[in-house]
Design a protein around this ligand. Structure first.
Ligand SMILES: CCC(=O)SCCNC(=O)CCNC(=O)[C@H](O)C(C)(C)COP(=O)(O)OP(=O)(O)OC[C@H]1O[C@@H](n2cnc3c(N)ncnc32)[C@H](O)[C@@H]1OP(=O)(O)O
Length: 627
């Protein structure tokens, strides 16, 4: 089937299209009904079907003779550890930990928070939850205790799974004290905490609550768990993502639609299949980690690489090329920032030439805007197609891509190519009308979105509707602006709200403002994302001090930087804050963040006629432009 045929069918007859793709998944009870749209704007895929996602990711490959095929390769550049798990071995580990969770009282529907570095136990914990119908909620290890506490309170897990430490190139981070602090801050108390002790740091365990991973596993091995039958519409996981306010959104992913989306997208979008070695160099704490480190490749029977390290500094800018050569990686998925970091260290690509990269067929880049320079450099040095793909935590898989498995197409730099089957991409103006090709507007997805996209927000259907579905009736609002060219290629120009993207990490400026405004000297503040040649965007803070405060601005700056790092995490990369005399506002008191951002980025900023005092902006202009 050509791309055009697949796309047309997926939009005009979604039930027929996805009904056929459902055959890619093993069901306990096959779907008789493909789509339930009786409760708009909610749409549920495969409402009468049952399955188990872990069965699809592991057991079925073992049953069908691929027990000895490598499922997971763990390569830790920071500890020098390498380990391969066959499908049979991974299944044994997962079943054991699933048994351990059951012994801790975890049942179908219970939540389990996973706060772990990039070690196999993180993947094992996720799949173990899926095996017993529990709902995992992985929290990225770079988040600080406060952020972890917010997520624990929202997900109310029965068990938290963690490790004694994470290892960054410059330091070892003891996770357990961070987790203990989070549990002190949180109102919800999990019944148990399971901790994988790593040799680099030994965590202290709290009597009666904490359990050593290895001890839990020993018990689980005695009584491993089988696959629990769940409804296709039951939640598989909740993954929190930054919104415009400090409260993150708990994206709910179902089991059935997700399994079908993974099974379809991995071969069709990424051109990989059973037996191929695939590497998504992201983190299990992000959606890429969920979809394409864990579920997509394993459901497809491929070999997935779990890499604990960085593109540079572990030990050098040849780290990625070493992994590709060592394991015969067919396709690498990473963020443009990673390639920019490599390019900065090794602009001539000297280290590329030191490795045999003949296995590599494609480099996929996503998570942030792919600038043409990075695209060109990677393509020239690696000699393979460099394929941008655009998607979000909410969608779970690509909205726009060049479908390398289905039908590779011309690549246009600056565009992630065409809408992926299932995603009815439309660009709307402020009144909800479709704009002509080439005109910019809000990128929206006409409902229903395909299987695997978010079902709702955890415990908050209304916020789901308010955040995404209420701007334009019948559409999902992506929050990104852009246009579609006359050839149907999508161009994503950036967020239309206050969400920023720092090194592929989606962050909320609102949550940084919340931290800053709690400082006793601060009267008001604004945080904006400004363009950065390495990380894509970086947050910059502007604060107005309370009248009468006579503190040293440098001291205030250091305190605010430290607070954001302590309360949100190092990953926010919040390092710049300026004390200013005032912030530009509309007459109704809204801070003109967009205007500030445009000025800071050197763009022609249209100053709204509703501005309260244009003089404030004039004074701020040189600060914003760093003149
Ligand atoms: C398509 C759908 C999506 O968008 S899903 C999201 C996709 N995004 C990604 O996969 C993320 C891509 N980015 C990366 O992998 C990293 O940023 C890369 C490019 C590897 C660079 O890493 P790094 O040099 O650590 O810079 P950074 O900006 O990520 O980190 C800033 C500070 O945070 C720290 N950090 C990072 N990760 C952790 C962690 N797991 N645990 C604890 N701390 C962490 C870093 O050490 C760094 O700290 P510091 O400020 O240098 O002290």
């Amino acid at each position: 089937m050509s791309y055009r045929e697949a796309y047309q069918q997926s939009i005009s007859s979604p039930e027929e299209f996805w009904g056929e793709q459902a055959a890619l998944v093993d069901w306990f009870r096959k779907p008789q009904q493909v789509l339930d749209s009786t409760n708009p704007p909610f749409h549920r895929w495969f409402p009468d079907a049952t399955l188990n996602t872990c069965y699809n990711a592991l057991d079925r490959h073992v049953v069908r003779g691929a027990a000895e095929r490598t499922a997971l390769i763990y390569d830790s550049a920071v500890t020098g550890t390498k380990r391969r798990y066959s499908y049979a071995e991974l299944l044994t580990e997962v079943a054991a930990f699933a048994g351990a969770l059951q012994q801790l009282g975890v049942e179908k529907g219970d939540r389990v928070v996973v706060y772990m570095p990039m070690i196999p136990e993180a993947v094992i914990a996720m799949l173990a939850c899926a095996r017993i119908g529990a709902v995992h909620s992985v929290v990225f290890g770079g988040f600080a205790p406060q952020e972890l506490a917010i997520r624990i309170d929202d997900a109310t897990p029965k068990v938290v799974v963690s490790a004694s430490c994470g290892i960054e190139p410059s330091r070892t981070i003891a996770y357990k004290p961070l987790l203990d602090q989070a549990l002190e801050l949180a109102e919800h108390a999990p019944e148990a905490v399971v901790v994988k002790q790593r040799p680099e740091v030994t965590a202290e365990l709290v009597d009666g609550r904490d359990l050593d991973w290895d001890v839990a596993m020993s018990a689980g091995r005695v009584q491993p768990a089988g696959c629990v039958e769940v409804a296709a519409t039951d939640p598989l996981y909740v993954l929190y993502t930054s919104g415009t306010t400090g409260k993150p959104k708990g994206i709910v992913r179902d089991n059935g639609g997700h399994a079908v989306a993974m099974a379809w997208s991995f071969p069709n979008v990424y051109g990989c299949d059973a037996g191929d070695v695939w590497w998504a160099a992201s983190d299990v704490g992000w959606v890429v980690g969920h979809s394409y480190i864990v579920y997509g490749p394993l459901i497809s029977g491929a070999t997935t690489v779990l890499y604990e390290g960085k593109p540079v500094g572990t030990p050098d800018a040849g780290a990625f090329w070493r992994v590709i050569e060592e394991y015969g990686v067919k396709a690498l998925f990473t963020a443009p920032t990673a390639i920019r970091a490599i390019k900065k260290e090794d602009p001539e690509g000297r280290l590329v030439g030191e490795y045999d990269l003949s296995s590599l067929q494609t480099l996929f880049l996503a998570g942030e805007r792919l600038d043409p320079d990075t695209w060109e450099w990677a393509g020239e040095k690696l000699g393979v197609p460099v394929v941008d793909n655009w998607w979000q935590t909410e969608t779970g898989w690509p909205i726009a891509s060049n479908l390398r498995g289905l039908e590779p197409m011309e690549i246009k730099p600056g565009s992630p190519s065409v809408p992926v089957p299932g995603f009815d991409v439309q660009v709307l103006d402020g009144s909800g009308n479709q704009v002509p090709p080439g005109s910019e507007g809000a990128i929206c997805l006409k409902l229903p979105m395909p299987p695997g996209t978010l079902a709702t927000l955890w415990g908050d259907d209304q916020r789901y509707v308010d955040s995404y579905l209420s701007a334009f009736d019948g559409y999902y609002l992506s929050g990104d602006g852009g246009y579609v060219d006359p050839d149907g290629y999508v161009y994503v120009m950036g967020r239309t709200d206050d969400v920023i993207n720092v090194a592929g990490h989606r962050l909320s400026t609102g949550s940084m403002e919340e931290v800053i405004s709690r400082h006793p000297a601060v009267a008001e503040c604004a945080v904006i994302g400004v363009a950065d040649p390495m990380k894509g965007q970086l947050p910059r803070g502007f604060v107005v001090l309370k009248a009468g405060v006579e503190a040293d601005p440098d001291e205030i700056r250091d305190e605010l930087v430290a607070r954001v790092r302590a309360e949100i995490g190092a990953v926010a990369a919040f390092k710049e804050v300026v004390v200013v005399g005032g912030l530009p506002k509309t007459r109704s008191g809204k801070i003109l963040r967009k205007t500030m951002r445009e000025i800071a980025d050197g763009k022609d900023a249209a100053v709204p006629s509703t501005i309260e005092d244009a003089g404030v902006l004039d004074t701020l202009r040189p600060v914003l432009r760093r003149e």
